[in-house]
Write a new protein. Structure first.
Length: 290
């Protein structure tokens, strides 16, 4: 199907009628990759608890960016330690149409999946690496992003009969990203320069609950207990400086003890990545210092 036709068909599904005004075609940017622990179902309920006003929004564990896209703040700095992910954001921002063309050349079959997965992403140009990331993310088992100690993607094929990207959404995402600064590195680097007029939302790999809820191999380095201690120390430092922050994390005694003295709320969530459907409805924590 020609791209212009695809874009028109998708746009017709997102027409917003504003009372008393002419109809406008408004594509709302949504996450273009899936992420274990992604907040797409919770984003709106989280945002209503954010401060009403702040200068720059920081999100140093951006992942799929569900909260970032839902907030759509005028000034944002997003970051992640996963270089492949940040490169993908960069390519979509700067040349989303070229990424789309590469994706159009990839078919959703096991043979193609194995071919794409076996290709070293660092042997590809930026556009090819981004297309590879999106394709593997949307066609692998449960949309899980996991790498081995060498940083190589090792999730099996998902065998899902569905589209793995939206042309119009990719364009909308690119538009949002034009006003966004990207950083790649540890969470401390991700919030470098933050001040009391800004706001940061932390969504780190959750402290372990057990079973399939424990995915912390997003890069060749795992996010482990000592990293949670570092993050908690940083949050207390930010609090002392008057910087407002919010954090999502697992509903565990360990996390509650780390953030004792702050406002800790229990919220209902759902983890589609869990194999047992009875384990998908869970409670997690939203922690605020304001």
């Amino acid at each position: 199907m020609p791209k212009i036709t695809k874009m028109i068909l998708e746009s017709l599904q997102t027409i917003s009628i504003i009372g008393g005004m002419d109809a406008e075609c408004m594509i709302v940017a949504k996450p273009f990759v899936k992420w274990a622990g992604g907040k797409q179902a919770l984003a709106k309920s989280l945002i209503v608890k954010f401060p009403n006003e702040f200068e720059t929004y920081y999100e140093p564990f951006v992942g799929g960016g569900a909260v970032f896209f839902a907030l759509n703040h005028v000034s944002s700095i997003i970051s992640d330690e996963n270089r492949w992910l940040i490169d993908t954001y960069t390519a979509v921002r700067d040349c989303w149409d070229e990424v789309s063309e590469r994706l159009d050349g990839m078919i959703n079959t096991k043979a193609e999946f194995l071919r794409v997965r076996s290709t070293n992403p660092w042997s590809l140009d930026l556009v090819g690496r981004a297309a590879q990331f999106i394709y593997l993310n949307k066609t692998c088992f449960r949309g899980l992003f996991r790498v081995n100690r060498k940083g190589r993607f090792n999730v099996p094929y998902g065998n899902y009969n569905r589209r793995y990207y939206s042309y119009s959404n990719l364009q909308a995402v690119s538009d949002v990203l034009q006003k966004t600064e990207f950083r790649c590195g540890d969470f401390e680097f991700g919030i470098d320069g933050i001040n009391e007029d800004d706001f940061v939302y932390f969504d780190p790999p959750y402290y372990k609950l057990g079973g399939y809820s424990d995915f912390n191999r997003y890069t060749s380095r795992q996010f482990i207990e000592k990293d949670h201690f570092r993050l908690a120390a940083l949050c207390r430092e930010l609090d002392n400086r008057g910087v407002k922050w919010a954090m999502s994390n697992s509903n565990t005694k360990f996390i509650k003890s780390l953030y004792a003295g702050f406002h800790i709320h229990t919220i209902s969530s759902r983890r589609e990545i869990n194999l047992n459907s009875n384990d998908r409805n869970i409670k997690e924590l939203l922690i605020l210092n304001y």
